[in-house]
Write a new protein. Structure first.
Lengths: 328, 331
């Protein structure tokens, strides 16, 4: 009996020493809290986190709450604080709700990184793979290139009050006004782009109403698909460009047929990798300043504690199939 | 004909006609075969919904679950067809109708057997249907639908300015559904029973009308229409998105009430429901063609609904105005 107890004790001691040993090697640990686990977007982010963790010798993992509930994120972050990780990354569901727990993390000496949350306060840095301005301009440039700055275009957004979409649309329209003075917007923006039916019907109407229509700029998940269906139906592929962001799986056929010209998103896989690369750099005492070349992010712009990279991910004939495979 | 003139449908028809004349003069693109065909293609789904809903309203009930029921039917039918290796139009229609009918009868069961008030029952099934659909599908859309459903069935094609004008299958299906509903309601004794039941269920019950049959018919018919509309919507947009029809119920309800149905039952016609949908569609179409700013869309649509309802209520409003005038004179 005694021997068995001793054996258990020895094993326990051995495990503890091993644990301390790995701790002594000071492997950086990075925990990233997703908005919600199990959906394609965050599966891709998780793949990026693990991939980069392996590449850089970092213990990096993602925690995916079962629903998009800020309270679950708070609990996940508390767990990470208790585990004494070096870096906490989070893609907040609600920036305000997380402030107290992020403050607690920083008080515990943990580096806090956020993504898609420039409004968060208690963080070391937030990083955005592409700013609203750059994303809007990327679309505007693609539209200008396709239409050769000729004719009229219309703008769709998810809703007339959706902040992100309208910020992209503002940037795109401003760029076109400046660089393509011959192109004009045929009407104010339409809030139809969360519905295939509405964006399709609106496009059919606009094609009829404006003979000079050469492009649709659609922000909102269903806009490019609905607009492209209308363009395809009217046999105007190649004459009316459809530019915007859409889900690759939904739009791939239309991209290959040419009905959707293309668009830009940002890559959740890259975001996952950036969490690890940036987290490791900061944990090792690295600093960030405006205009720096950072690992993965390239040359960045620093505004307060928000890091803006310019790495939009093109949705094109070459990329949609790969992205669709990933379920994006 | 004289009945038509003073009726809700007559007034709606006149308003619609006037709107069309104005738009034809104000834009050079409204009065064209292409626009006309597009309106029919794009509104067929809503008209099929409306023709289903109007029967429930006539029978004195209400149902807001039909649009999500249509989403469920779309999803179930397309998954089923993919699993049996593709399927065809006949199987698709049968499956959609059976599925839709089943969901409609489930509502009827709750309302008739369990005595749940129709609005509550349908709020319940609305959440139940949509919730289960989202839970079981994880919100995943189906982009690769069977070929027969994906390839548009053209009924009629004529040349037009920019490309051609084509009328698609949903327009024909809509015409069939409208005709069947019109025939049952306006030309059969059974149809009269539905009106009678809607205006006074108790009187109908006492005179021997079988209430279970009435409820079953009304909700079953709406379910059937929802199934067909779901299939047609998937055919038009060529994909199945679980939340694509979510929220459509209020647009359809507004159109049907505009078309003369009342929430108390006993009133409403198939023609009125279809005209209600078309009127709202033409307004939206006109706003797009006129280049009115989308920021003003909702306000204008709201105003048109109020104006149209006031006109169709004119027989009730006129005496009131007359009455108040007389009062003013006597004092």
């Amino acid at each position: 009996m005694i021997s068995r107890k001793m054996l258990v004790g020895t094993i326990a001691a051995a495990v503890m020493t091993a644990g301390m040993a790995s701790g002594a090697m000071a492997e950086t640990t990075i925990g990233v809290v997703a908005k919600i686990g199990g959906i394609p977007w965050f599966n891709a982010m998780e793949a990026g986190i693990e991939q980069e963790g392996k590449a850089r010798g970092v213990d990096a993992f993602m925690v995916g709450p079962t629903s998009a509930d800020p309270a679950l994120q708070v609990r996940a972050i508390e767990d990470l604080i208790a585990r004494k990780v070096d870096v906490i990354g989070v893609v907040p569901n609600d920036a305000k709700v997380l402030e107290p727990v992020l403050q607690k993390a920083r008080d515990a000496g943990i580096i806090v990184l956020t993504h898609e949350s420039t409004a968060s306060v208690n963080k070391n840095y937030d990083f955005e793979l592409v700013s609203a301005k750059d994303l809007g301009e990327a679309h505007a440039k693609l539209l200008a290139k396709t239409t050769e700055c000729k004719g009229g275009y219309a703008v769709y957004v998810g809703g007339l009050t959706v902040p992100a979409h309208n910020a992209w649309a503002d940037a795109a329209v401003a760029w076109l006004d400046e660089n393509c003075p011959d192109m004009k917007q045929v009407a104010d923006r339409f809030g139809v782009a969360e519905s295939v039916d509405d964006s399709r019907n609106t496009t059919l109407d606009l094609i009829r109403a404006h003979d000079d229509l050469t492009g649709i700029l659609a922000f909102g998940s269903q806009g490019p698909v609905g607009a492209a269906r209308a363009v395809e139906e009217r046999g105007l592929i190649g004459k009316v460009a459809v530019v915007g962001l859409f889900s690759a799986g939904q739009g791939r056929k239309l991209v290959h047929s040419g009905a959707i010209t293309g668009g830009y998103v940002w890559s959740p896989l890259e975001a996952g990798r950036v969490f690890v690369a940036l987290g490791k750099m900061l944990a090792e005492g690295g600093t960030v300043s405006d205009g720096d070349e950072l690992p993965l992010l390239g040359k960045i712009r620093l505004e307060g504690s928000n890091i803006f990279a310019n790495m939009p991910l093109a949705l094109s004939k070459d990329t949609v199939d790969g992205l669709a495979e990933m379920g994006l | 004909m004289r009945r038509m003139v003073g009726s809700v449908e007559g007034i709606l028809f006149v308003i619609l006609l006037a709107l069309c004349v104005v738009l034809s003069l104000a834009t050079d693109s409204f009065f064209s075969m292409q626009n006309f065909f597009d309106l029919l293609n794009n509104q067929s789904v809503n008209i099929i919904f409306a023709v289903g809903l109007v029967v429930v309203l006539i029978a004195g009930g209400i149902d807001i679950s039909f649009s999500v029921a249509a989403s469920v039917v779309q999803y179930v039918v397309v998954v089923m067809m993919i699993q049996i290796g593709g399927g065809n139009w006949l199987l698709g229609f049968v499956a959609a109708m059976v599925c839709g009918l089943a969901l409609g009868l489930f509502n009827a069961f709750l309302i008739h057997k369990l005595r749940i008030v129709s609005i509550i029952a349908s709020i319940g099934t609305y959440n139940l249907f949509f919730g289960l659909l989202m839970y079981l599908t994880r919100g995943r859309s189906i982009y690769a639908i069977p070929d027969w459903l994906d390839e548009r069935v053209a009924l009629l094609t004529v040349g037009a300015d920019r490309a051609e004008a084509t009328l698609y299958l949903p327009a024909l299906v809509m015409l069939v559904v409208v005709s069947v509903a019109w025939f049952i309601l306006a030309r059969t004794g059974f149809g009269r029973l539905v009106y009678g039941f809607g205006s006074d269920p108790e009187a109908a019950r006492r005179s021997g009308v079988r209430i279970a049959v009435m409820q079953g018919f009304a909700y079953g018919w709406l379910g059937l229409c929802a199934g067909i509309a779901g299939l047609m919507q998937a055919h038009m947009v060529r994909e199945v998105v679980p939340n694509a029809l979510y929220g459509r119920e209020l647009d359809v309800l507004a159109a049907v009430v505009l078309g003369g149905a009342v929430l108390g039952g006993g009133r409403g016609t198939v023609l009125g429901a279809a005209l209600g949908v078309l009127l709202l569609a033409v307004v939206q179409n006109g706003l797009n063609l006129l280049g009115v700013t989308p920021y003003a869309f909702k306000a204008i649509v709201g105003a048109i609904i109020l104006i149209a309802v006031t006109f169709t209520n004119f027989d009730k409003v006129a005496p009131l105005i007359g009455l108040s005038n007389r009062k003013a004179r006597t004092t």
